[in-house]
Write a protein that binds this ligand. Structure first.
Ligand code: CND
Ligand code: ZN
Ligand code: ZN
Length: 374
């Protein structure tokens, strides 16, 4: 057994922005108290990882990215009682400590133990278990899944159904849950309502799945890449529009299509200008806008506050408002029991070593989700 020993394995190390990931041999130290070492089996490529590669998000380097994965427990540290080697798990990019003010609030899914606000890149004890070429390698948002083995805090991992296909349910670790939850939990889309979704990547298409399940009557899909429209319709979009086809603001077009504005608008790109467009496209009495996209570090959104005085609601969430440790196992059960399906989001599967190709497919708009298999 490898328990208690340092594991040497392959990882995609990010030495800095604007350069390819480098497949390196790294050392992964054993888990300390309340930590879990996981053998990653499958991981998806999400735009948030690419935001680090493009330089849009400020993190500490070198770092091991990846936050949408599924794997198997290799060993556990002292004090971990609810997990054992061999358990199937999904790492959680928002932990759920269960004890903090956010965790105790039934309406919040955030946790003060998160690493999403500052990207410190360390575990709860302020260190990491990764080294490469003698250097400390940082963690990414409590997970770091672009590696054969990772170590996470036990508050940042959920045990899942033993029959779950890991090369599919890895998407429950981010893309599917984030989009679907944004519609059903954060916005609480009502039957018969109208929705607009800006950005039709893996997350945006999952918002559409959620809007459809919630019974929305109108689901308008917006993207500058019309290649995304076929999938959007497959998942439930009733109309697809490309802002480039119009010479006036897209919110005006949407207002005409929806008797004055949509009931729910979702920004799933990470563009602060589009966030304002989403807000403007929501109905002036009670229309709700949900920010899902991750804007660049230090970006700001500006808008006329009069937009709010008429009763619009602006909100946002990480991970679709899902309480991670509670909702991930339930969502996996729903997948195993065929109550939900999102297989159509996976357009490409590649061996882990071809990770840079996975990012190229995302950047040139050819993929929805690429799943990397180890
Ligand atoms: P992906 O890049 O696959 O999709 C974005 C889509 O937006 C693409 O289809 C683009 O063509 C489209 N697009 C880009 N610019 C415009 C524009 N100006 N107008 C219209 N469409 C445009 O990304 P993804 O689906 O993986 O992720 C989407 C965002 O969600 C991204 O910012 C990511 O960082 C963020 C996110 C948030 C969370 C969360 O917890 N809130 C979790 N994961 C990812
Ligand atoms: Zn907490
Ligand atoms: Zn993500």
């Amino acid at each position: 057994s490898t328990a208690g020993k340092v594991i040497k394995c392959k990882a995609a190390v990010c030495w800095g922005p604007k350069q390819p990931l480098s497949i390196e041999e790294i050392e992964v130290a054993p888990p300390k108290a309340h930590e879990v070492r996981i053998k990653i089996v499958a991981t998806g490529v999400c735009r948030s990882d690419d935001h680090v590669l493009s330089g849009a998000l400020d993190v500490n380097f070198p770092i091991i990215l990846g936050h949408e994965a599924a794997g198997i427990v290799e060993s556990v540290g002292e004090g971990v009682t609810n997990l054992k080697p061999g358990d199937k798990v999904i790492p959680l990019f928002i932990p759920q400590c269960g004890k903090c003010r956010c965790c105790k609030n039934p309406d919040s899914n955030f946790c003060v133990k998160n690493d999403l606000e500052k990207f410190n890149g360390v575990l709860q004890d302020n260190t990491t278990r990764f080294t490469c070429k003698g250097k400390t390698v940082y963690n990414f948002i409590s997970t770091s899944t672009f590696t054969e083995y990772t170590v996470v805090d036990d508050i940042a991992v959920a045990k899942i159904h033993p029959d779950a296909p890991l090369d599919k349910v890895c998407l429950i670790g981010c893309g599917f849950s984030t989009g679907y939850g944004s519609a059903v939990k954060t916005a609480k889309v009502k039957p018969g309502s109208s929705c607009v979704v800006f950005g039709l990547g893996g997350v945006g298409l999952s918002v559409i799945i959620g809007c459809k399940v919630a019974g929305a009557a109108k689901i308008i899909a917006v993207d500058v890449n019309p290649d995304k429209f076929a999938k959007a319709k497959e998942f439930g979009a009733t109309e697809c529009i490309n802002p480039k086809d119009y010479d006036r603001p897209i919110n005006e077009v949407l207002a005409e299509m929806t008797d004055g504005g949509v009931d729910y608008a979702f920004e799933v790109i990470g563009n602060t200008g589009i966030m304002t467009s989403a807000l403007k496209s929501s109905f002036f009495c009670g229309g709700k806008t949900v920010i899902v996209g991750l804007a660049p570090s230090n970006a700001t959104m500006t808008f006329d506050p009069m937009l709010m005085l008429t009763g619009r609601v602006l909100t946002g969430a990480f991970f679709g408002g899902f309480k991670s440790k509670d909702d991930v196992p339930q969502t996996v059960d729903d997948y195993v029991n065929k109550k939900i399906n999102f297989d159509g989001l996976i357009t490409h599967e590649l061996p882990f070593e071809q990770i840079n190709e996975g990012f190229e497919l995302l950047r040139n708009g050819k993929s929805i989700r690429t799943v990397l298999n180890f």
